[in-house]
Design a protein around this ligand. Sequence first.
Ligand code: NDP
Ligand code: 13P
Length: 328
Amino acid sequence: MINTQSQQHNLASNTETSQKITTVIGAGAWGSTLATVAERSDHHVRLWSRYGEESLESAIQDAEIILSAVSMKGVQSVIDRVKSIHIPENTIIVTATKGLDPETTHTPSRMWKEAFPSHPVVVLSGPNLAKEIQNNLPAATVMASEDEAAAEAAQEMFACETFRVYINNDPIGTELGGTLKNVVAIAAGICDGLKLGTNAKAGLLTRALPEMIRIGTSLGASSETFFGLSGLGDLLATCDSPLSRNYQVGYGLAQGKTLEEVLNDLEGTAEGVNTTKVLVRLARQEQIPIPISGQVYRLLKGKSTPEQAVQALMARELKAEFDDIFDD
Ligand SMILES: NC(=O)C1=CN([C@@H]2O[C@H](COP(=O)(O)OP(=O)(O)OC[C@H]3O[C@@H](n4cnc5c(N)ncnc54)[C@H](OP(=O)(O)O)[C@@H]3O)[C@@H](O)[C@H]2O)C=CC1
Ligand SMILES: O=C(CO)COP(=O)(O)O
């Protein structure tokens, strides 16, 4: 069992010097799980929490990889703390947070890159419900970076029999897939909570994917990435699992609970609530249509009921399925 303070796992401390060291920052559900995964891969792992006894400086000393798994609200403060400590330029920074900064609308990888322009930054994202991975069920994920060697090093550090790690070179697309699907997961929870059926759910997810792609490509992502593990893969996992906190938010709203009630009952973080607000701002700025996410926004704001949101989506002007299909 991993506690909420920096620990040495698995290996006796006198073997540490010969092992590659990974430090995981954030001992919540995801950070603890990723520490377990790296430990399964037989690396030396340190798990750091702001509530633990060990200093961050000591926890990240000699680490080849520093992986941040904190929720969005903790990202800037963690960056500031790491920045106050000197870390060598070959230290790889991996970010596993799925959110958007409410101040700047930036993704966590962009925030890390801005703070550490000379360090390789890698995004970890995929269909990865922490509880299933904790239970040793097989899962696949993506390590994405513009620095191929860094992505490969992170892949090697975390891959094991039950955790299959792919690499790609589209960190922003990989990160946005995992982030934007949280908004859709709220909608999926509403869909299931209202018992709208399988056809409605398939329609919802299929129409939500182009929304994610429109926003993603406007921010520089490749559309192809959204059909991979971190896009479609994570959409399927999160929107079809009661383990997902975002799905639980939608499900609770469909039961007639207020957002406050739902969040009070929730175990852990549902990033989709904040992401929806940031996403709507981004979409307005760029004039990008996001009808499904827009309805989630109205619902979270208390401006419509789940039933009204469904009606509004079904009553939209009829249109072609693909934007440019009749252009020629
Ligand atoms: N749980 C999951 O299945 C998955 C989660 N994720 C993503 O990982 C991120 C974390 O999720 P999860 O672990 O589930 O969330 P939890 O609610 O379980 O834990 C919250 C985490 O955020 C950290 N944190 C919160 N506020 C601050 C702060 N002000 N300063 C520093 N650290 C802070 C906590 O650190 P501390 O330990 O120091 O308290 C803790 O690690 C989210 O972005 C989520 O979307 C991604 C994939 C899977
Ligand atoms: O990102 C996740 C699975 O890939 C976890 O989803 P939730 O944050 O909704 O629990």
